[in-house]
Each structure stands twice: as C-alpha cells, then as structure tokens.
Design a protein around this ligand. Structure first.
Ligand code: NDP
Length: 470
C-alpha cells in the first residue's frame, strides 16, 4: 500500500462500519483494520464505487497506508481493548500524528491517554459519537475533546459527517482532553433519564389510565407533534404500534422487562456524586435498570409483597394531558441535572464548556435530539452563566404552569403502587431546589448529637456543638 489514504479506522463493529461508510461517502479515503481480519476484508470488498476503503491485514500496514500527518480513529469497546489498540498504534506512529478515540471511553481514561500520548508527541482526541448505528451512518452528533492542534486534524471530517441542525453541523470541539467524552457521558445519562421517564409514562398509561396499545401509540404520536417532539418519543410511538407476527399481540409486551446497560449511565452518576452535584433523575434511571435486571427476584417478591390496586376505571382522576405535562417537566429536570453536572466538571477541570453550543449539537443526530434542546440552547445563549436551567425565566414559567399536572401524576403513581422513580425524583429535585429552607437543620443536629460534628446557627457565624445528652 502507498501512503495515500486520508484516515485510518480500527474496529469494524456496528459503529465502526457505519462511521467508515459515512466518512467514505464524504470523499475521504480510508484504511481500515479489524481484530478479525476477515471482517475488514469483507467490509472493504463490499464498498461501493466511489467509497475509497482499503483493508489492512495488520496495524503496520494500516499505518503505512496513511498520508502524513496520520490520523487514526479507534471505534472499540472502552477500557482494555482501546488501551491496547492505542498503545500498539502509538508505537507505529510519529510525532505530529493524531489518534482519535470515537468509542464511549470513560473521560478519566481519555485524560490519562491524552497525557501519555501528548508526552510522546502524538495528538489525541477523545470524541463522543452519538446516534447509534443510524447516526454513525447518516450523521451523528459529535463531541470532541483535545488540543486545538489535534482536533484541527480531524475537524473537517467531523464537520462533514455530522448531522445538521438548521444547516449547522452537530459537531463541536467542546474542550480539552476528556471534555468530549465527559459531555458524551452526560448525554448518555440524560438519555437514560429520558428513556426511563417515557417508560414510566407508558406504564401509567397502561396501568392507571387503562389505555390499549393503539391509544398509547396515538398519544405518543400526537405528543411528537408538540413540545415533546423528540426522537425517543417518535420511536416509542413506533414501538407501541408494532405487532408481534408470532402471537399477534403488541410486540412490546412480548419483550422481557430486563433492561441492559453498558455503563455510561452509571459513570454519569458516579461523576455527579464525585463532583457533588445532585442528579437524582439520572441516578433513578440507572437504578431502575438495575432493579429491572433482577427479574427472578422481583417475580418472587411479587407473590409476597402487597400493594394497592394498580388501576382504577376512572383513571385516578388523571388525564392523558397530565402525563404529557409530567413527562415534559421531568425531562426539563433531567436536563437541568445533566447540565449542572457538565457545568461543575467544567469548573473542576478548567474546561470552558459552552452549554448553548452543547445543546445546539444535541439537536440532531443523537438519541436525545428533541425540540426542547432548541429552548435549552436559547436559555444558555440568554444567560451563559445560568446556574440551573430551571432558573431560566421561560423554563421557570413553564414548570410553574404544568406542575399541578406533574404532582397529580406522581401522586397517582404513588397511590396506585406504580413505580415512577424518574417522574418522582425530578419533582423532588424541583421541590428541593426551590426550597429556601430544607430539613437539613435536623440532620445537622443528629450529626452533632452522635458524632459531635458541630453545626452552624442561622443567627451568627461559626461552628457550634451542643451537649445533647445533658
Ligand atoms: P461492537 O461490539 O459492534 O464492535 C466492537 C469492535 O471492537 C469489533 O470490531 C471488535 O472486533 C472490536 N474489538 C472488540 N474487542 C476487541 C479487543 N479486545 N481488541 C481489538 N478489537 C476488539 O461495538 P460497537 O460498534 O457497538 O461500539 C464500539 C464503540 O462505540 C464502543 O466504545 C461503544 O460504547 C461505542 N458506541 C456505541 C454505540 C452504539 O449504539 N452501539 C453508540 C455510541 C458509541 P471483532 O470483529 O474482532 O470482534
């Protein structure tokens, strides 16, 4: 092979193959490598005329095929597989070459890798790529982190292949080293929350309002034409309308209620905890998946543990519109949490994260794309230093208008024993956030009682200890 290819790409799984085709469709030539070499060969052989894709049987051949400065994308499982590939590549590359990790790496790993690779004179970009298979193929949302020089090497490719929202590429260089993967991690955390909120809404439609699948599909389809307009609502309507050809029943009811997770949601929660930022709805969504996974245990518990009757013929006084309100407002709460975590990470790591820009590049291509993101973008454009999204006057007013419905929904869920940890946690977040006084005074008294941890008084500065047992 001569050194003729624009880019290298390693890891031809679902994402790697689709990203490679997208890149090739935009006129960039590629050398590709995969652990299972036959996969790379078959992939290159299947390329369409005009798609310039060469397979390499080994990494050395891949590197030899690239124009300088070389740029190699890795699209591999996070962790050891990515480390091994980066180490092997680094040994073959030269100063000035750039490695771009487009997998879902933990941002701390990206920071570590960036330090190690830049020390060797190599550029390193950690880029979060969202949109699943379809996004990778036809236009993902891309969040890149790295030095300006390193990112500049790959930016034209990212600009070209990213989804477009109102004509602008859904790609941003969000900050240095781990910033791209951090923002992608929070994107996934918000995605977990959004999916959980929708799932709870479906559960309430079914078990409290007693709707059938046709009615539920119609409701989601209608919501998708209004404020809730989003990819996840759209696919939910499609899912609810799908009939299982084997049984003739709605397919969704034939699916085992055990949700998988690959880890990014949990990482987002761990990062929030570590930064000291509350993200209860993202945490609730991760925990709901964790509880869903213990199916056998839940089945045993279902026989032993009692609860109220789940459904009422009158729908517990709930209207379908109430559910739409609750879903929207809880979703605003989840976004407020996610952006608060991003803001804190920016301050911790010295990253200047432009939240308006982040909202802008989430408007298309990614899984959480939603009409709401345009409003979030506008809120951060109005006030780049906004402490919490719920403090934006437009959002504050919107929550104020809908909160009655939100409270009715959460009350109905609790009253009928239908778990709604996402909707409920977001409401508790809102109520906690807007409380000028919380019962933490009592917690401080207890801490001082058993541990002499001291407390502060409301009427003068300083730490005080009381001998509570005297
Ligand atoms: P797949 O499981 O489809 O593909 C994994 C790829 O990595 C395959 O090419 C596989 O090679 C290779 N691989 C696996 N283990 C190793 C190893 N130890 N050493 C070398 N190569 C290895 O994964 P995806 O394409 O779904 O995901 C790739 C990355 O993209 C991950 O980081 C994922 O989190 C991220 N991502 C995935 C999204 C999705 O929707 N799927 C969305 C956004 C990001 P082989 O063919 O030999 O098995």
């Amino acid at each position: 092979m001569t050194a003729s290819q624009d880019l290298g790409l390693i890891g031809l799984g679902v994402m790697g193959q689709n990203l490679a085709l997208n890149i090739a469709d935009h006129g960039f030539s590629l050398a590709v490598f995969n652990r299972t070499v036959a996969t790379a060969q078959a992939f290159a052989a299947a390329a369409e005329p005009g798609q310039k894709i060469q397979a390499a049987a080994e990494l050395k051949a891949l590197v030899a095929a690239l124009k300088r400065p070389r740029a190699v994308i890795t699209m591999l499982p996070a962790g050891a597989a990515t480390d091994e590939a980066l180490d092997a590549l680094a040994a073959l590359l030269e100063p000035g070459d750039v490695l771009i990790d487009c997998g879902n790496a933990l941002y701390a790993d990206t920071m570590r890798r960036e330090r190690a690779l830049t020390a060797r004179g190599l550029g390193f970009v950690g880029a979060g790529v969202s949109g699943g298979e379809e996004g990778a193929r036809h236009g993902p949302s891309i969040m890149a982190g790295g030095s300006a020089d390193a990112v500049a090497r790959i930016a034209p490719v990212f600009e070209a292949i990213a989804a477009k929202a109102e004509g602008a590429a859904c790609y941003a260089h969000v900050g240095p080293d781990g910033a791209g993967h951090f923002v992608k991690m929070l994107h996934n955390g918000i995605e977990y929350a959004d999916m959980q909120l929708i799932a709870e809404t479906y559960d309430l439609m079914r078990r409290v309002l007693g709707l059938d699948h046709g009615a539920m599909q119609a409701a989601f389809a209608q919501w998708n034409r209004g404020e809730l307009d989003s990819y996840l609502i759209e696919i939910t309507a499609a899912v609810l309308g799908r009939i299982d050809p084997e049984t003739g029943a709605p397919l969704v009811e034939q699916i085992l209620d055990r949700a998988g997770q690959k880890g990014t949601g949990g990482w987002a929660v761990a990062a929030a905890l570590e930064l000291g930022v509350a993200a209860p709805t993202i945490a609730a969504a991760v925990e709901a998946r964790t509880l869903s996974a213990i199916k056998a245990e839940r089945e045993r518990a279902a026989k032993l543990l009692s609860g109220p009757a789940p459904a009422l013929a009158d729908g517990a006084g709930l209207a379908l519109d109430d559910l739409a309100e609750a879903l929207l407002l809880a979703k605003i709460g989840a976004y407020a949490q996610g952006f608060a975590v991003i803001d804190a990470a920016g301050r911790r790591h010295g990253w200047t994260l432009d939240r308006a820009r982040i909202a802008a590049i989430w408007r298309a291509g990614c899984i959480i794309r939603a009409r709401l993101l345009g409003q979030i973008m506008a809120a951060y454009e109005r006030a780049p230093d906004l402490v919490n999204l719920m403090l934006d006057p437009a959002f504050a007013a919107r929550i104020g208008r809908g909160q009655g419905a939100w409270r009715r929904v959460v009350a109905a869920a609790v009253g009928h024993g239908v778990p709604a940890p996402g909707l409920g946690s977001a409401l508790a977040y809102y109520d906690s956030y807007r409380a000028a006084r919380l019962p933490a005074n009592l917690i401080q008294a207890q801490r001082d009682f058993f541990g002499a941890h001291t407390y502060e008084r409301i009427d003068r500065p300083g730490s005080v200890h009381t001998d509570w047992t005297s």
